[in-house]
Design a protein around this ligand. Structure first.
Ligand code: NDP
Length: 315
């Protein structure tokens, strides 16, 4: 049979390129889990994904109600779930004030971490039931949340502190909108959310890999300087960032190449090891990368898991 992969945020950038790469292989049916139905349909058509290779299903990660609705709809579709890719993200580097998800969480962490946390937890049973031997749960990470690298040391740096803001609900009223309890900073909130993504992947691995045989993985696909992620950045940044990444840092990767990398983490039988954060070297071959101290802190991962469970209503 064809295998089913759910990709969140498949309406642009990395998610769309991955959907295309997997659909083209002929082995995959892609469920594009997107907040804007029409945009996703148009995007799929514009890159030439054959009609029978994809289904768009509505998912707004900034609303936990929508996440639950998506999981119900997916179950009702009767499709087995073979791989889940948590890819969608928002990035608000120039925001002066925080914005908030439907439940009142600061938007970057609310969307990128909490929305995906609930989604992944609710879909775990469906993954367990799949008869596909290479079933996987992938959460897209980033170098920017990784302070053991050069790019991860560009201020403001990620830092979850003792998670006091998160424990307080990130609502900007009775608690800080930032995980560490500090002043709002949109770029930092994004980086913090990516550290949460990487910690969550490892905690899933510790809790569920042995029992379920699901492979849990994260990755840094390279700097895809042309995607919509930078849409809220100032125009000069958007102009200079791609050539800067191409010629100075040499970390640049095209959307197509990044899509192939994520598609590899989805489907390549040789990338079956669980608990790994994949990266690619200059020759585009994958390797197991090291995470920063904070992004591999098992005690913090456990605490993050427990607080997140409470915030999304699982505990
Ligand atoms: P894009 O902005 O192109 O894509 C982000 C996707 O997320 C879009 O499809 C967007 O939907 C979707 N999205 C945003 N908010 C929500 C929401 N509330 N509910 C559902 N979907 C939502 O960015 P990229 O492709 O660059 O980013 C994809 C992933 O790659 C992210 O996890 C990012 O952190 C990661 N990444 C990116 C790097 C880069 O250099 N670009 C580097 C390292 C990691 P819509 O189309 O409706 O806006």
């Amino acid at each position: 049979r064809q295998f089913n992969v759910v990709i969140t945020g498949a309406s642009s950038g990395l998610g769309l390129a991955t959907a295309k790469a997997l659909a083209e292989s002929g082995n995959w049916h892609v469920i594009m889990a997107c907040r804007n139905f029409l945009k996703a349909e148009k995007a799929a058509k514009s890159v030439g994904i054959p009609k029978e290779s994809y289904t768009v299903m509505h998912l707004d990660l900034a609303s936990l109600e929508s996440v639950r609705q998506f999981v119900d709809n997916f179950r009702r579709s009767g499709r087995p779930l073979d791989v889940l890719v948590c890819n969608a993200a928002v990035y608000q580097p120039t925001a002066k004030e925080p914005s908030f998800s439907a439940e009142g969480f600061e938007l970057s962490v609310g969307t990128n971490h909490l929305g995906h946390f609930l989604l992944a937890r609710l879909l775990l049973d469906a993954l367990k039931q799949s008869d596909y031997p290479l079933k996987r749960l992938i959460i897209v990470g980033s170098i920017t949340g990784n302070t053991n690298t050069l790019a991860g040391n560009v201020p403001p740096k990620a830092n979850l502190g003792d998670l006091r803001g998160l424990a307080g609900g990130l609502n900007g009223v009775s608690s800080s909108p930032m995980i560490d309890g500090g002043e709002f900073d949109g770029a930092k909130a994004y980086k913090d959310s990516k550290v949460c993504n990487m910690l969550t992947m490892q905690e899933f691995h510790r809790r569920y890999h042995e029992e379920t045989e699901i492979t849990f993985a994260s990755l840094y696909p390279g700097c895809i300087a042309t995607t919509g992620l930078f849409r809220e950045h100032i125009p000069l940044f958007r102009l200079l960032f791609p050539p800067f990444q191409k010629y100075i840092t040499k970390g640049y990767v095209s959307e197509e190449e990044a899509g192939k990398r994520l598609a590899q983490v989805v489907s390549d039988p040789s990338l079956e090891k669980s608990g790994v954060y994949w990266s690619w070297n200059k020759n585009s071959s994958s390797f197991e990368n090291q995470l920063s101290k904070e992004a591999s802190d098992a005690e913090k991962a456990r605490k993050l898991w427990e607080i997140s469970e409470k915030l999304v209503g699982l505990a």
